[in-house]
Ligand binder design. Structure first.
Ligand code: PGA
Length: 290
């Protein structure tokens, strides 16, 4: 099983008062030594899933979230409403609060009833697009369709948030291999240069949709973030750009700070907790303060 260690050099460390420094992780693993920057703005993504049920609730939640995110200098807030509401919020993004989509089709022109093209999203002012969420994968999304969607989204210059994560954990570490093949298949046909701007959301299925106490521990998240960077590094090589790694799965106001600080991730993909306008605003402020 692959082992990882990360050491923090003199010029910075994770957490505490050094969070605003350009901290650098040095990862060493069987000859693997890779620096990657952290501490850019935190990216906090609200994945509303199939909520809320009415237009008026959607407007109210969007307004609250946008106001809260708009005040924060060190956070980029992304709001991903269901498709029917996207048009309502078209081009209302700002330099701090962005519109995102929860899914997309892999072509701009096709006979594809019920699908939405990258081009349509682009015209609505959508900037980010979630691809391969585990709930889509459970409905039949494959690594192959994720990879097609990823390429289509990149071609349209939207920023993809590619979701990966194992269904369950075993005691001998086979989940590392599962995750690795998911990542490699999802990123097939993509070049190292295209990784610039890409986000990878690590969402272990066993930790999704529960409460903060069931989320993954920051230490384990840190290990998985390093692993994902290593898989991409091995595949795309030294010159490749470094994607931002997000964590998702039962993130709430209570655990957001420790995941951001100790988990070594650049941001969070938040499901149920993004539906509570007040609570989510608090979480954004926590992210701004770490
Ligand atoms: P959760 O969902 O925050 O409700 O666990 C996360 C997700 O599915 O993206």
């Amino acid at each position: 099983m692959t082992k990882f260690c990360s050491t923090i050099p003199e010029d910075g460390r994770i957490g505490g008062e050094h969070q605003t420094l350009a901290a650098v992780f040095v990862i060493k693993s069987a000859g693997f030594c890779y620096n990657f920057p952290v501490n850019k703005k935190k990216l906090i993504v609200a994945n509303w899933k199939m909520n809320p049920g009415s237009v008026s609730e959607a407007r109210a939640l969007f307004g609250k979230t946008k106001r809260a995110g708009g005040r924060l200098e060190k956070v980029e807030t992304v709001i991903c409403p269901p498709f029917p509401y996207l048009g309502m919020f078209a081009r209302t993004g700002t330099a701090r609060v962005f519109l995102g989509a929860q899914d997309v089709f892999w072509a701009n022109s096709a006979r594809a009833t019920g699908e939405v093209s990258p081009e349509m999203l682009k015209h609505l002012g959508v900037i980010y697009c979630i691809i391969g969420h585990s709930e889509r994968r459970a409905l039949g999304e494959t690594d192959d369709s994720v990879s097609k969607k990823l390429r289509a989204v990149l071609a349209e210059r939207l920023i993809p948030i590619v979701c990966v994560g194992e269904k369950e954990r075993d005691t001998d570490g086979r989940y590392f291999e599962t995750l690795k093949s998911q990542i490699l298949a999802s990123f097939s046909g993509v070049t190292g240069a295209q990784l610039r701007g890409v986000c990878v959301a690590y969402e272990p299925l066993w930790a999704i949709g529960k409460s903060a106490k069931d989320a993954m521990e920051p230490r384990g998240i840190h290990e998985m973030a390093i692993f994902i960077h290593k898989v991409l590094f091995d595949q795309f090589g030294e010159g490749a750009e470094r994607p931002r790694i997000l964590y998702g799965g039962s993130v709430e106001e209570k655990n957001a700070g420790s995941i951001l600080v100790e988990g070594g991730v650049s941001g969070l993909l938040v499901g149920h907790a993004s539906l509570d306008g007040e609570g989510f605003a608090k979480m954004l402020r926590v992210a701004n303060a770490v």
